[in-house]
Design a protein around this ligand. Sequence first.
Ligand SMILES: *Cc1c(COP(=O)(O)O)cnc(C)c1O
Length: 472
Amino acid sequence: MQYISTRGGMQPQSFSETLLEGLAPDGGLAIPETLSQVGAETLESWRGLTYPELAAEVLALFATDIPREDLDRMTAAAYADFPDDVVPLRSIGDGITLVGLSEGPTLAFKDMAMQFLGQVLEYVLEKQDRVLNIIGATSGDTGSAAEYALRGKDRISVIMLSPQGRMSPFQRAQMYTLQDANVRNIAVSGVFDDCQNLVKKLSGDLDFKRAQNLGAVNSINLGRIAAQSVYYFWAWLRVTDAVEPQFRRGFEVSFTVPSGNFGNILSGFFAKGMGVPIRRLVLAANENNVLDEFFRTGVYRPRSAADTHATSSPSMDISKASNLERFIFDLVGRDASGVADAWKSLDTDGFFDFTAEQPRFEDEFGIVSGTSTHADRLATIRSVYEDAQQIIDPHTADGVHVARSFVEQDVPMLVLETAKPEKFAETITEAIGVDLEFSPEVRLMMDAPQHVTEMADDEAALRAYIVEHALR
Ligand SMILES: *Cc1c(COP(=O)(O)O)cnc(C)c1O
């Protein structure tokens, strides 16, 4: 598989090459030139595989430049610390099944991709005899997933900016208690956007970026999208285990995806395009519902930071959706000039308008959407607790709430569980009056000493810090 840019200005590249780049040189995003097809027989032949084995099969289709035995080794290592089934499925009744994506070290779905990315980045850097300093900004989940995936690596260091005093005690402990010499946390006096702006300024300075070997593992990274497509294959295989063999071929399921930057659901869109029998992809948004607005009306209007609310499903609090451009590329018939036109009108008018194309979103691509509010989350956590005796996290609750209005007879509805409830214990208490007990490991972590460098919102100070600490 070769990769091209959504804006048309990049020579086809290999998987390894796109992995180390952020945006394509023309400002677009890397996408597969053509998606590999997985026929019904091949899909069936994967039924007996373990999750790491299946991951190697699927990722081999994306990473055609990496020898198969190396992929086998990397996927085995990436998911070694997960439970045996890696991604467990469990029914909560009413035709809905949860797909457990938060069994990794940071209790949220970002581990699924980041653990593989840690393996493959180290591998590619080794081959090219290079080092990389990952610089990022986090409001919680992404930063911790990156740090746990990259800790202890020889050729990679992590410099992660977080807003001082704005993360939960759990999130702080998770990141700041790491002891690894290659992981550095910086608490910036400011909000998340200040952290992100600092990162953008430094990454935009190409000379500095090159001299300091800076890189990123943000949500547009194609390696993450590829690794996330695996669990759509896995979930289909596990659901159809219960279907009579003669009815399995082409048996359709739907997925609901709690969404922010459109990364997770895009992976499902790729899996569908590769041949997983997916009927609908249901996008669930919280109050920051720019994407729900787009899929219902065809008009995409990103919001300002001031219009972006802090909600009780914070990992979905986005003002714009970085990966949407990859869907738009398909919508306009894989035509780079169509994408460029849309982004030009974003720049000049603050929105783009595909009203005339909106019916195709569902008819042709199978994507529908809905919004869930704080009150919906609480009511959903409560009802799942009462009816199915299971506690779900607020992001998953957004998914279940939206999924309920799209359940169809005889089509299993799979909701992606994107985090563990322990991570958002306050909202659980608010919903059902239960104080979640931390596990002994988590309690140890909460009490461990924390290491963090405090810094003003000051670009010069950050530059000096990087020059002092970056790997070369
Ligand atoms: C990141 C995240 C999301 C949103 O995923 P996208 O790929 O950005 O759409 C949803 N839930 C949780 C818990 C997350 O960490």
